[in-house]
Design a protein. Sequence first.
Length: 117
Amino acid sequence: QVQLVESGGGLVQPGGSLRLSCVASGFTFSTYAMTWYRQAPGKERELVASISSAGGNINYADSVKGRFTISRDNAKNTVYLQMSSLKPEDTAVYYCKARNIWTGEYWGQGTQVTVSS
């Protein structure tokens, strides 16, 4: 059974940090590119950061460059999103997605991040 389970969300003050994790099971994690998305209330889901299967190709949305870092540990079937200098506009539900061009894609259930004083 395929599963992607996000964790690490919560309430943090502006300027603070959080690290999100997404643990995968039920598929060959090391052959999938991983992407973090977020969706704020009333807004469309947007791409935050992506990382290729081996970790050599990384991309960020302009809004998070220099503040967020995506990484992965294929031995632990886990992708991370380190978020620093958080702003209220980073408030959203954060989702991870696994994608392989041959076998399709899977989504996690999301974790809430709230940035507020």
